[in-house]
Design a protein around this ligand. Structure first.
Ligand code: UDP
Ligand code: MG
Length: 314
């Protein structure tokens, strides 16, 4: 069976890159079709994330010229993650495998061949991993790699240096769609789905035209979203800090009483300092306790699937 492959590409104000991107992707798809790697019904799906420039006009033009191109237009700008999910949801029933990638082709499209190969060998999810970030600015590299490290420290199971360039099979996609949460952080959720997976590494290159749609402000809010939507560890940290301060308060108490008894204090200092330490610690412990329950409520409201069945023999 030849794979029916769909490429899903979220686009936000990408008129500068689309002409080149569509050309390169079409060439890639044609080559794969000629060598019978993918079926003739394979598609390139652009998702217009409420662009303000002529992005949608271009997508419509490509679609009318060549039926390999499809387009989805969102009613307004909803952000990269939601645009991507919209595209994945729309094609989940149509394709055998879906690859998501960025419109600027910073992620090497030649990795598609290797992804397909791993898919054919029985992997449901194939992660594209950046082997080096030489072409990224020092700042981007530093912040991005720091982000992956903080995430894994906080216990979120994410693939190091993997962004949203990945192949997913139909059933993996259907698993993903079971996650109904609103605060969506795809690259953190995909590993939770399970199934056999593998990685393909590639070199990340520069954006060939246009500007990054992720300014520092968006990057920070993205990172914060990732951490708070995947981990309740920060709440536990409040609790631990509370305990530590409470223990310090005991030491402080001994010190204060010692100073008081040796007459090294002015009146009122001892009781004041002791209360500050003790209350600070107790309050943090209390906040941590409440947080623990809020964390539980938070996880419950996500209503994540408790399991996904891979096979059922009967
Ligand atoms: N994007 C989107 N909606 C947004 C911001 C970005 O669909 O609100 C798309 C954008 O068009 C691109 C991808 O997300 O295809 C990644 O954006 P970009 O290349 O600017 O990010 P960077 O590579 O700088 O992290
Ligand atoms: Mg980019």
């Amino acid at each position: 069976m030849v794979t029916k492959l769909y490429l899903v590409i979220p686009c936000y104000n990408e008129e500068e890159v689309l002409p080149e991107t569509s050309k390169r992707l079409l060439l890639k798809i044609k080559t794969l079709q000629e060598t019978k790697r993918i079926s003739d019904e394979s598609r390139i799906v652009f998702v217009d994330d409420g662009s303000k420039d002529s992005t949608w006009k271009l997508i419509k033009k490509y679609h009318s010229e060549n039926s390999t191109f499809s387009g989805i237009k969102l009613s307004k700008n909803k952000g990269h993650q939601n645009a991507l999910l919209a595209g994945l949801a729309a094609v989940s029933e149509l394709a055998d495998a879906v690859i998501s990638l960025d419109a600027d082709l910073q992620d090497d499209i030649n990795a598609i061949d290797k992804m397909l190969e791993k898919f054919e060998n029985g992997n449901d999810i194939v992660y594209g991993v950046r082997s080096s970030r030489k072409k990224d600015t020092f700042f981007k590299r530093f912040t991005a790699e720091g982000f992956y490290k903080i995430m894994s420290f906080l216990g979120a199971d994410i693939v190091f240096n993997h962004a949203d360039y990945r192949l997913m099979s139909t059933r993996a996609l259907q698993g993903l769609l079971e996650y109904k949460e609103v605060n969506l952080f795809l690259r953190g959720i995909v590993p939770l789905i399970g199934y056999k997976s593998d990685i393909v590494s590639y070199e990340r290159s520069e954006r060939f035209a246009g500007e990054s749609k992720y300014p520092l402000r968006k990057m920070l809010s993205f990172a914060f979203e990732g951490i708070t939507s995947l981990s309740v560890k920060p709440i536990r940290m409040i609790f631990s800090v509370g305990i530590i301060i409470f223990l310090i308060s005991i030491i402080a108490m001994i010190y204060c009483l010692g100073s008081y008894l040796t007459g090294n204090t002015i009146s009122g200092w001892t009781s004041l300092i002791m209360s500050i330490w003790l209350l600070g610690g107790l309050q943090l412990i209390a906040v941590g306790m409440i947080g623990e329950y809020i964390g539980k409520v938070y996880l419950e409201t996500k209503a994540r699937p408790k399991f996904i069945i891979e096979e059922f023999l009967h």
